[in-house]
Design a protein around this ligand. Sequence first.
Ligand code: FES
Length: 368
Amino acid sequence: MTMSFLNPVTTQTWTNGRHLVRCVKVIQETWDTRTFCFMAEQPVMFFFKPGQFVTLELEIDGEQIMRSYTISSSPSVPYSFSITVKRMPGGRVSNWLHDNLKINDELAVHGPVGNFNLMDYPSEKVLMLSGGVGITPLMSMVRWLFDTNAAVDVEFIHSSRTPKDVIYHRELEHIFSRIPEFKLHIVCERSDELGEAWSGFRGYISQPMLELMAPDFMDREIFCCGPTPYMKAVKQLLEQNGFDMSRYHEESFGETPADVKEEALEHAEQAEVEAEELDAADLISVEFSSTGKSAYIKPDETVHAAAAKLGLHIPKACGMGICGTCRVQLTSGEVEMDHNGGITDEDVAEGYILSCCSKPKGDVVVDY
Ligand code: FES
C-alpha cells in the first residue's frame, strides 16, 4: 500500500498487544548497524515511554522466533517507530534481520512494554551511559527530551569500540550542539584499524573519566544500557562511590552465548550463597523432569530463574509475560503467574505456564 499522506484525525493510538506493522525504511547507521522503521497499515500513533521495547514475531527457517528490541525512535515522532540492530557474530536474529528484512515486509510486534524508561523516573538531571548498540533506548530518551524542549540537564556518555562504530554520531552531535544543558561525551576503546584518528576519551569508562565528564554524577538519575560486562563495570563504579542505587536503572540487550554462560555461573554462585543464608524450610524445589535437574529457589524467584541457576536455557524474549517464548509445562505443583497476555486460557487449562513470570507457590515439577 502506498500512503500519500497521513490523516491525524483518523489515527488510532498504540496499546500494548499484538500489532501488524510494515517496514517502511531501512537506514544504514554504521558499517554493521541498521535502523528499521515501521508503520501500521491503518495509521497508528505509536505512543510509548522512551526506553521501552517491542518484541518482534519472526519466522526464521520455518521456526517462530520472538526477539525483543528496544525502540530507538521517540514517541514525539509517533507515526512510525524504529529499532536499531547491530549484526552480531553468530547472532541468528540480528543477522537474519540484516539479510532479509526489506521495505514493505510485514511482521507482527508485541508491546510496547518495559520498566526501563524515562517517564517512570522523572528527574531534572540525568546521566545516560551506553555501550555499543545499547545506545538505542537512550537515543529514544534523548530524542524525546530534545523534541519536547524538556527542561532536563543531560550528560550522555557513550562508549564505542572505534570511531567508525559510533551509532547516530552525526545526529548526536547535532542534538547536543543545540542545547547548552545537553552534554555529549564519546569514549572509544581504540582507533580504527584503518587509522581514523580519535582525539577524544579513549579506553574503558573509569572513575577519573566519570569525574571529568560528569563531576556531579552523584546528583543525577542514571540510565545505563550496554553489554553485560560494561554495565557491571558501571555499576561497580557507582557502588564504590556510594551512589544511591535506587536512582540507577539499567537494561541489557541481546544475549551472546558468553553472556548466558556467565549469567548461569553467576546464578549458580549466588544460589550457593543464598542456600546457605536461608533456612532450608524457606526454599522451594523446582524440578526439571526431562533433564533430571533440580534447583532450590527463594519464594520470590521465577521458574526461569531456577532453570538459569542450573545452566538450563529456556528461550526467553520479553521477560514480562507478553510473548510466550518461555512457555513450559507444569506437571506438578502450583505457580503464581503474573503475565501480560502471552498465554491463552486454553494453554493455562492444559498446564502451561510462562516461566519468566511464574513464581512457584510450593515445590513444582516442570517438563523441561
Ligand atoms: S519471555 Fe516473553 S513471556 Fe516469558
